[in-house]
Ligand binder design. Structure first.
Ligand SMILES: Nc1ncnc2c1ncn2[C@@H]1O[C@H](COP(=O)(O)OP(=O)(O)OP(=O)(O)O)[C@@H](O)[C@H]1O
Ligand SMILES: [Mg+2]
Length: 267
């Protein structure tokens, strides 16, 4: 198991953000985590990297690639973040330092954590940029985040996360800011990597239909609790929970289109 969260409860002084979460991601598995805004999806994914609010307390366990991260010391946590698990953070514009060039941010971990020579790191990132569909990758290295579109930035953070060859990828709304065509390309890329590297992916989205289509298994989260767990392929057939059913039905539908009278030729 790449990620094994057992009965995780996370409290901050004002509230309980996660309440008894249990969730697993196996080798080569893509697992969806779906829920409305504020349900605790990002907090759950961040727990896998021991990224908690300062004043948080936890009970339960979080095991990443065999290491119990909640009791791990700083060096072990650093090792896991450097080698085993990488996160694609929600909102790439805030994930990147605005005054650093894209090339420096994207190669940071390879150079400073893995000790890879700058030149080697840059050529690896150029390769990954091309793989995620970024055009003219050499030129991109010299630019600043404000010079890139949201979709380009999202690809940059995906490439940066993949640069350390993680076993577990925590993808927090990794494709939500992309247009449908680009989203399909990035999803295909992640699927290819899953096959090539047996990458395990925790795929966070608020879109149940996307999760059902893309993921092997889907967890549905509400208000800090996992309320349903289903294979992606059959989630609409047997939603075990009323909330899942409500989410499945919560697709806006337009009324059947009336004939457009204004375009009718008047006699
Ligand atoms: N540092 C913090 N201190 C207090 N409350 C927090 C903190 N971080 C998150 N929360 C609260 O925890 C809840 C879950 O937040 P989280 O970001 O995990 O939700 P989410 O499901 O990822 O939402 P979204 O879809 O909007 O990204 C929210 O109610 C949020 O306000
Ligand atoms: Mg979130």
């Amino acid at each position: 198991m790449l990620l094994d969260i057992e009965d995780l409860t996370l409290r901050v002084p004002s509230t309980e953000i996660l309440r008894g979460i249990s969730l697993q991601v196996g080798v080569g598995e893509t697992v969806g985590l779906v829920g409305e805004s504020g349900s605790g999806k990002s907090t759950t994914a961040r727990a896998a990297l021991k990224l908690f609010p300062d004043d948080a307390t936890t009970t339960g366990s979080v095991t990443v690639c065999g290491s119990d991260i909640l009791s791990a010391g700083p060096a072990e946590v650093q090792r896991i973040r450097a080698n085993e698990a990488a996160m694609i953070f929600q909102a790439p514009r805030t994930a990147l330092n605005p005054v650093r060039r894209i090339g420096d941010s994207a190669t940071e971990r390879l150079v400073h954590v893995h000790g890879v020579a700058k030149k080697v790191a840059r050529s690896k990132i150029v390769e990954l940029f091309a793989e995620v569909g970024l055009k003219d990758p050499e030129r991109l290295l010299k630019l600043y985040p404000h010079q890139l579109s949201g979709g380009m930035l999202q690809r940059v953070v995906i490439a940066s996360a993949l640069s350390i060859n993680p076993q577990l990828l925590l993808a927090d709304e990794a494709t939500s800011a992309l247009d449908v065509t680009t989203q399909a390309e990035v999803l295909a890329l992640l699927r290819r990597l899953r096959a090539q590297r047996e990458l395990g992916v925790l795929f966070i989205t608020h879109d149940l239909h996307l999760a059902a289509a893309y993921c092997d298994r889907v967890y549905v989260m509400r208000d800090g609790v996992i309320v349903d767990e289903q294979p992606g392929a059959t989630i609409f057939e047997n939603p075990a929970n009323e909330y899942t059913r409500a989410l499945a039905d919560a697709v806006p539908r337009l009324p059947d289109r009336e004939p457009d009278r204004e375009l009718e030729v008047q006699p």
